[in-house]
Write a protein that binds this ligand. Sequence first.
Ligand SMILES: C[S@@+](CC[C@H](N)C(=O)[O-])C[C@H]1O[C@@H](n2cnc3c(N)ncnc32)[C@H](O)[C@@H]1O
Length: 209
Amino acid sequence: MTADISRFIRTNLHLQLAPLLPELKLYLAHPGSGLSRLELDETPYWAYLWPGGALLARYFLDKPQTVHGKSVLDIGAGGGVVALAAAKAGARRVIANDIDANAVAATALNAQANGLQMETRCGDVLDGDVPDADLIVIGDLFYHADVSIRLKAFASRCLVAGKTVLTGDIGRAHLPRERLELIVEYDVPDFGDRPDTAMRNGGVYRFTR
Ligand SMILES: C[S@@+](CC[C@H](N)C(=O)[O-])C[C@H]1O[C@@H](n2cnc3c(N)ncnc32)[C@H](O)[C@@H]1O
């Protein structure tokens, strides 16, 4: 299946400079991509750039010292934009994680297209051991109540273990603002917005206990 999905992505998605992130190329869906032909069980989040991920990626590229020399775990990597930016900004080790095997395949292709190295890990790590990474990053994952509850518990365990947990978000319904400290704000497009739609204001946040 990985070979099939990789071939599909190369053939049907456009490798293009990412909005807000001219330093990175991503395979992105367009109206002619025909994603429905894949008959997927999961929504193909990996075929789009999500604003929360774009925010974190912009932050890492603007402030490479935040990731330089660190090990970084990108939870819910989708097409891997946050992991790509971390690698580009000089992270020592980057792991891109997603529950969707197609996302992992898309991330691997995007890493290759940008000449960047990273590991990929398919599966759900939220209830497992605290990960072996200095920095845990979460781009645009607070759109679902259950996942938000699990992410909060996961972040708490990571903080107790001395990790830093960052998220990028434009204010999704289940963003736990009470646990977050704003680091930086940017205006970003949301992926479904028409070109004449106003940009969304979003932030990069640090989790607190
Ligand atoms: C909205 S997309 C964001 C993708 C990427 N971070 C970005 O900003 O472009 C959310 C991603 O999280 C993944 N996801 C959902 N629940 C997850 C979980 N428990 N563990 C890992 N990934 C998860 C989905 O498969 C999807 O690829």
